[in-house]
Design a protein around this ligand. Structure first.
Ligand code: ADP
Ligand code: MG
Length: 587
């Protein structure tokens, strides 16, 4: 970096002397208080990018036994922290430098907040006195003010003795109630502040019961049961809030006891295996339209569910039961007849107990209609998944990956893209909870490599990342990170030469290619080879199958460039209706 490192070096010396010098037992400093506070709260992993003023924070954290994973771009470190929070129910930590690094991390912080994932973005910042007078400090920016609108809560710590409280507040804010992203601002000067080591240790806070259970009111439970009991065509929708809750057994027990068909939202797939007899995944459009009563468990009626109204939901009147920890979520888009506010684990358990022994399953005609629709759709799909077309189409390639996940159900599937996302969501069955991680509520392109890295770091499971070629481009440089840490990640790039498709032409006839087109026949596999991983160029379903199975057996970082017919995709995938197209231009 072109900037003077004096400040950083001074801080480093001070804090080293705090631990290594003769007064090691008498002094501590901001660096070590931050690390001690995190460790005290069982937070042992940091995702970040080193630089001024937090380089030493990373070094000291690693020295103190924390796992500190350095990325090539803060946004990817942020996505890693966000998904770490989702997978562990503890806040994922992203550590960045000031202004530009902080800004790079903000997309992920906002993503975490939107998705209800607990995460803490910790950024170093420049000196308050200079920032507030706008005197032009190194990377000057009022980061706290900028972060506030993009997260659940934002805090700044100015005194070493407040670090313990600051981190405790950040942790509690991240995981309690509806989880979300937290910003924690640590000015450079704070990190270098020293204080008496014993007083420092006493100032740390171990957060007790960070995410307290919230039990639903008995009358709310009774109301929900009454609504469900009177239903003729009931449906349960499981969302990623349900997967986050880690109440897997209780959720399964409730669904099975109720006998009600259920639909998993994309990241709730596998909460019950997609092959479960009550899964209505293959009859999605049918059950949304025809149901008369819908119980939402940790799923919001946002755009992903067409706001609970319109064509998707048909014209029959519907009653909604909604289980959610956030009271404000009720009636967000349509009237909720039976709101059940509380944590999903508690709500689900209480509901199931209240069903008692005499609970009657839904009417047989409804169950038969759902099953008939399911069978028809599954039969229609089967031959498409076995096609051996070359170049491959989406279904031929995904049919292969579907078999691999069936045989290796502990694998975590990471998935992003447009068509690659839409088709994979439907085609690839998931068998265990939290084994499918994707673009989430915003449909973000770019979560891929950060998500894949944290998924294996946090769980030890191997990862299969199924990526559109465009989506992969947002985080592709993290292939180096994957190789550096030798992570068991197999990336399959669905390479169709462009965004949506690779066949668009420049309407002006000029020499630039169309806006949605990439280099033709690019070899993404070579990127992996550049860093010592395994690169494979796959043009047939057989080649694809062999390459992915070998990657899974070896655990070596692998990138398979899967050549997909450039004509195979559709505009914006399944959400083309959200992409306005000019009537004038079409004339
Ligand atoms: P999906 O996109 O899968 O439908 P959403 O992100 O829309 O899921 O919804 C998740 C919902 O789950 C949010 O409304 C959130 O408040 C809720 N939620 C998250 N964690 C819990 C929990 N532990 N208990 C109850 N509700 C939760
Ligand atoms: Mg593409």
């Amino acid at each position: 970096m072109p900037v003077s490192k004096t400040a950083e070096n001074t801080l480093a010396k001070k804090s080293t002397s705090a631990n290594d010098g003769p007064e090691a037992r008498t002094l501590t400093d901001g660096f070590h208080l931050v690390i001690d506070a995190l460790k005290l709260n069982d937070i042992n992993t940091i995702y970040g990018v080193p630089g001024i003023p937090i380089t030493d924070l990373g070094r000291f954290a690693q020295a103190a036994g924390m796992r500190v994973l350095s990325f090539r771009h803060e946004q990817n470190a942020g996505y890693a922290a966000a998904i770490a929070g989702y997978l562990t129910k503890k806040p994922g930590i992203c550590l960045t430098v000031s202004a530009p690094g902080f800004l790079n991390g903000l997309t992920a912080l906002a993503h975490a907040t939107t998705n209800c994932f607990p995460m803490i973005l910790i950024s170093g910042s420049s000196e308050r006195e200079i920032v507030d007078l706008q005197q032009g400090d190194y990377e000057e920016m009022d980061q706290l003010a900028v972060a506030k609108t993009l997260c659940k809560a934002a805090y700044r710590v100015l005194r070493a003795e407040d670090i313990g409280i600051g981190i405790a507040r950040a942790i509690r804010a991240a995981v309690s109630g509806r989880p979300g992203g937290i910003y924690l601002d640590l000015p450079a000067k704070l990190l270098g502040q020293t204080m008496d080591a014993e007083a420092g240790a006493r100032s740390l806070v171990k957060v007790v019961d960070a995410a307290p259970r919230q039990l639903p009111a008995p009358e709310a439970v009774q109301r929900a049961l009454d609504v469900l009991k009177s239903a003729k065509r009931p449906l349960i929708i499981l969302g990623k809030g349900a997967a986050y809750a880690q109440a897997d057994e209780d959720i399964r027990a409730l669904v099975e006891k109720s006998g009600i068909p259920y639909l998993p939202m994309s990241m709730a797939k596998g909460l019950l295996p997609d092959t479960h007899p009550q899964s209505a995944g293959a009859a999605r459009s049918f059950v949304l339209k025809e149901s008369d009563t819908v119980m939402l468990i940790g799923a919001r009626l946002n755009w992903l569910l067409s706001h609970g109204k319109g064509e998707t939901w048909g014209d029959r009147p519907k009653k909604f039961v909604q289980i959610d920890i956030e009271p404000k979520e009720m009636d967000s888009n349509v009237e909720v007849a039976a709101p059940v506010v509380g944590d999903i684990g508690s709500c689900v358990k209480v509901l199931r107990d209240a069903m008692g022994d005499g609970w009657a399953p839904p009417p047989a005609e409804w169950l038969e209609a759902v099953n008939a629709k399911k069978q028809t759709n599954l039969e229609k799909m089967a031959p498409r998944l076995q096609n051996n077309n070359v170049p491959m189409d989406f279904h031929g390639a995904l049919g292969v990956l579907r078999t691999i996940i069936k045989e290796r159900p502990d694998t975590i599937l990471v998935n992003e893209g447009a068509n690659t996302l839409d088709f994979a969501r439907g085609v690839i069955d998931i068998y265990k909870p939290r084994k499918r991680l994707d673009v989430g509520t915003w449909g973000v392109m770019g979560i891929g490599m950060g998500t894949a890295i944290a998924a294996t770091v946090e769980t030890g499971s191997p990862v299969l990342a199924v990526e559109g070629d465009s989506a992969f481009g947002f985080s592709g440089m993290e292939i180096e990170t994957i190789c550096r840490y030798k992570l068991p990640i197999c990336v399959v790039v669905f390479n169709n030469n462009g965004i949506y498709r690779g066949t668009d032409v420049n309407p002006s006839g000029g020499s630039d290619v169309a806006t949605t087109v990439f280099v033709k026949d690019a070899r993404y596999d070579k990127i992996m080879e550049a860093f010592g991983g395994v690169g494979v160029h796959a043009t047939t379903p057989d080649e694809l199958s062999r390459a992915v199975n070998e990657a899974m057996d070896s655990g070596n970082p692998t990138l398979v460039n899967a050549v997909i017919d450039p004509k195979a995709g559709t505009e914006s995938g399944r959400i083309g209706n959200l992409n306005p197209q000019s009537v004038v231009a079409k004339k």
